[in-house]
Design a protein around this ligand. Structure first.
Ligand code: UD1
Ligand code: MG
Length: 450
């Protein structure tokens, strides 16, 4: 059965105290909205419809940035969850299949859980709801189960004291056939404590038609929602805990797991060693056998097998580090291919560059890639040896097996196998050091006497 996902993201999120819509706040480097979209994509949703309201333009841009095929519809006034889903009606009018409703502020619902809901749909349940045993049921809607099947969802504000005793709560995730769902929503009224159109009412409405409904339950961690900055930090923490465990299960060594930070899309091979205090921003792939030494910061980069990065290295977007290459302390690499076995071990900036295999980049080498307006490229050949403190003024090409003298400012191409020296000549003045020092000391002594 084809699946479509509707993500509710119209709410203001006033408790975030933010100018930015709540769903655009990030966990593990991706907006909350993107996490919900990933949940949808994990069950191969054919269509993703985001219901935006507050900050709709920003929400739309973010949704399309993550998935250009996502559709974004507007709910200009927040009149309840059923009203929100209703706004997706036109975008799904020609869709035949199951619709799953997710919340944009609830990032961690897993593929397995959604799959379970879809399976429950195939066994004759018209509406399937995701519930969880709440440690603190508070304001959650309560799932009213009778004889093993779901009869109704009662919002806390409308519940009797006995109904409030129920600890099986509504996560908000709901699944039903598209045509039935929108038909039931037509019937939802707003005669309740909040004066809102509750999506949850679709369960009782389906039951009134004699249609069976079911609840699937999951771990409370999956239904963790974000309403405040504290919730955001808690969501980040739980993401990181899972990511660290996952990396270790896949065969990576984390010496101090609680000090390593992953992103939503980090990919790590087996036998990777990550030392303490490493931050992996979005878009990082680390292949097997590589080592990331302490205090390194990586984003948008690819580290190939057995490369060694850091300590104190920074890999920025577009850094492609070859097999067995080394990027050492206080080295920044951006938009650069570093060939197999090449070494940039100390205090360098390498940007917009290509470095050939087994090249050796001396301490303090700088690619001067930016003229204030344009970026230019530096190409360094295989086995080249760049002397310490060389400034490579791009565009410039250093040939294979070529060398540069320490302290050179290289402004012209260097042919293969050539040695380029571009620095002032040294002059030695016999005894001048001694004479100069005695002169200075005498001057100081005269001053003290005054
Ligand atoms: C809702 C459920 C409740 C459930 C809880 C789980 C209903 C009536 N109640 O309650 O059973 O236990 O979530 O967290 O559905 N939204 C819109 N447009 C609207 C209203 C809401 O887009 O008009 C979005 C919000 O931005 C949010 C989500 O829908 O992401 C849930 O809305 P919220 O107001 O938080 O619902 P709750 O009262 O918490
Ligand atoms: Mg809520």
């Amino acid at each position: 059965m084809p699946v479509a996902v509707v993500i509710l993201a119209a709410g203001q999120g006033s408790r975030m105290k933010s100018d930015m819509p709540k769903v655009l706040h990030k966990v593990a480097g991706a907006p909350l909205l993107a996490h919900a979209m990933m949940s949808g994509q994990s069950v191969d949703a054919e269509r993703i419809v985001v219901v935006a309201g507050v900050g709709a333009q920003q929400v739309e841009a973010s949704a399309k940035d993550f998935n250009p095929d996502a559709r974004v519809v507007l709910q200009s006034e927040q009149r309840g969850t059923a009203h929100a889903v209703q706004q997706a009606g036109a975008a799904l009018a020609d869709f035949d299949g199951d619709v799953i409703v997710l919340y944009g502020d609830t990032p961690f619902v897993t593929a397995e859980t959604l799959q379970e809901m879809l399976v429950a749909r195939t066994t004759g349940n018209a509406v399937v709801v995701l519930g969880f045993e709440a440690a603190n049921p508070g304001l959650y809607g309560r799932l009213f189960i009778r004889g093993g099947s779901l009869e109704a969802i009662i919002e806390a504000k409308d519940a009797s004291p006995e109904q409030l005793q129920i600890s099986l709560c509504n996560s908000g995730v709901i699944c039903a056939d598209r045509a039935l769902l929108f038909d039931l929503i037509q019937e939802v009224g707003n005669d309740n404590a909040s004066g809102e159109y509750y999506l949850t009412d679709t369960v009782a409405l389906a039951r009134a038609r004699g249609l069976p409904c079911a609840a699937i339950s999951c771990d409370e961690a999956q239904t963790q929602g974000v309403n405040s900055r504290r919730d955001l930090a808690a969501a980040e923490a739980s993401f990181q805990t899972r990511a660290r465990a996952g990396a270790m299960e896949n065969g990576a060594t984390l010496i101090a797991p609680q000090t390593v930070f992953f992103s939503f899309d980090t990919l790590i091979g087996c036998d990777v060693v990550i030392e303490p205090n490493v931050v992996l921003g979005p878009g990082v792939t680390i292949e097997s056998g590589a080592t990331i030494r302490a205090f390194s910061h990586l984003e948008g980069c690819h580290v190939s097998q057995h490369a060694i990065i850091g300590p104190y290295a920074r890999l920025r977007p577009g850094a492609e580090i070859g097999d067995y290459a080394r990027v050492g302390n206080f080295v920044e690499v951006k938009a650069a291919l570093v060939g197999e076995g090449a070494k940039i071990n100390h205090l360098s900036y390498v940007g917009d560059a290509e470095i050939g295999e087994n090249a050796n980049i001396g301490a303090g080498t700088i690619t001067c890639n930016y003229d204030g307006v344009f970026k230019h490229k530096t190409v360094i050949g295989a086995r080249a040896f760049i002397g310490s403190n060389t400034a490579l003024v791009a565009p410039v090409r250093i040939g294979d097996d070529a060398m540069t003298g320490s302290g050179s400012v290289i402004t012209r191409d260097v042919p293969d196998a050539a040695m380029a020296i571009a620095r002032a000549n040294q002059a030695n003045k016999p005894n001048l050091a001694l004479r100069l020092m005695s002169k200075l000391r005498a001057a100081k002594a005269a001053k003290v006497k005054e």
